[in-house]
Design a protein. Structure first.
Length: 90
């Protein structure tokens, strides 16, 4: 998701930085790429490890991802400006 957010943000900045005439062509290119990407994702098999992880993401919270996020958030909040002192506090 971080890669998707980065690409989306970069595209949004590019969209606002180009002239109004070129925005139509940019939107057309982005629309074609999104359609082709959606078709490509549906064409991939369910045996693909990346897609199987995306479709079975509900198991991530059961296997500890939520606990890791909780600890990471507490470390970040307790040491906002100077970083973590010790990981054994948590």
């Amino acid at each position: 998701m971080a890669l998707f957010a980065f690409v989306f943000s970069a595209a949004l900045v590019h969209f606002y930085s180009i002239s109004r005439r070129r925005r139509t062509r940019f939107l057309l290119v982005v629309t074609v790429l999104v359609v082709l990407g959606a078709l490509g994702l549906t064409a991939l098999s369910n045996e693909n490890p990346i897609l199987s992880r995306l479709s079975a993401s509900e198991d991530d919270f059961k296997t500890g991802r939520l606990a890791l996020w909780d600890v990471g958030f507490r470390v970040w909040m307790n040491n906002l400006f100077f970083g973590a002192v010790r990981a054994t506090e948590y």
